[in-house]
Design a protein around this ligand. Structure first.
Ligand SMILES: [Zn+2]
Length: 252
């Protein structure tokens, strides 16, 4: 089984799209379709032909270019129920094969109720949409904190060496917030410095390793004793601590 080539490209002010390509089968997948010209430009840059389009959720910065991309490439579109133009509707627990690699579909509602994430176990890749970001998590537009915590718990359970591809470059702001609830975390302090350095050079902070998120992303750490002490929530359930962290981020 070939290792897929991964090409991440920016679009709009802070979005990322990703192309996956198998050089043996010549199949190519695009994760999310907010900007047709950015996606088509990335394909042209590599000379790749799009065969699969995978959509995470219905927000326009993830789907606005879908019809144009489909008409230009004749790819097959996979995504959640309720989006006009999806050829193959997916649900949590589904799996399919892309370019000889298994793609497992995780339903991770919270930001939106339709949110799907895509996990490729053979490639150690997870595309987490607007559910999990580098040092952050998505805002709760449609679901509540309990729903989001359950969704994040599915991602926490993936192997720690999984590469997490969130859809946005929000990391510098996320790092500032993370330090406000977990100020004594040495790994986080070090990471915040690396992030400032990367952004000063205009380099992406996405993807990140799940193992690093588990050590430094406060939204994955409601069980942490120091965070609980700071929040004065020593014995509340993880879900309640998560809800408090999410609320503080909304008001940060
Ligand atoms: Zn969104």
């Amino acid at each position: 089984m070939a290792t897929l080539e991964v090409f991440q490209f920016p679009y709009m002010s802070d979005n990322y799209g990703v192309l996956l390509h198998n050089k043996d089968t010549l199949e190519t997948a695009l994760i999310d379709a907010g900007d047709a010209s950015a996606a088509l430009g990335a394909l042209e840059l590599h000379g790749w032909s799009l065969t699969h389009l995978l959509l995470t959720h219905h927000h326009s910065d993830h789907i606005a270019g879908m019809h144009e991309i489909k008409s230009q490439t004749h790819c097959k579109c996979y995504g959640p129920q309720g989006i006009d133009g999806v050829d193959k509707v997916l649900s949590g627990g589904d799996s399919f094969v892309f370019a000889d690699s298994e793609v497992q579909v995780l339903h991770t509602p919270g930001h939106t109720m339709d949110m799907l994430n895509f996990y490729l176990p053979d490639q150690s890749l997870a595309f987490t949409g607007d559910t999990l970001f580098t040092l952050g998590c998505g805002r709760l537009f449609e679901g509540d904190a309990a729903t989001m915590w359950e969704s994040l718990s599915k991602l926490i359970a993936l192997p720690p060496n999984t590469w997490i591809y969130g859809s946005h470059e929000y990391t510098q702001a996320n790092a500032k917030f993370a330090l406000s609830v977990d100020p004594n975390n040495k790994a986080l302090q070090q990471r915040a410095k690396q992030i400032d350095q990367l952004r000063a050079e205009n380099k992406p902070t996405v993807p990140s390793k799940l193992s690093d998120e588990l050590e430094t992303n406060p939204f994955l750490r409601p069980d942490d004793a120091d965070i609980r002490t700071l929040l004065k929530m020593p014995s509340e359930p993880d879900e309640a601590v998560f809800a408090e962290i999410r609320k503080r981020k909304d008001n940060f």
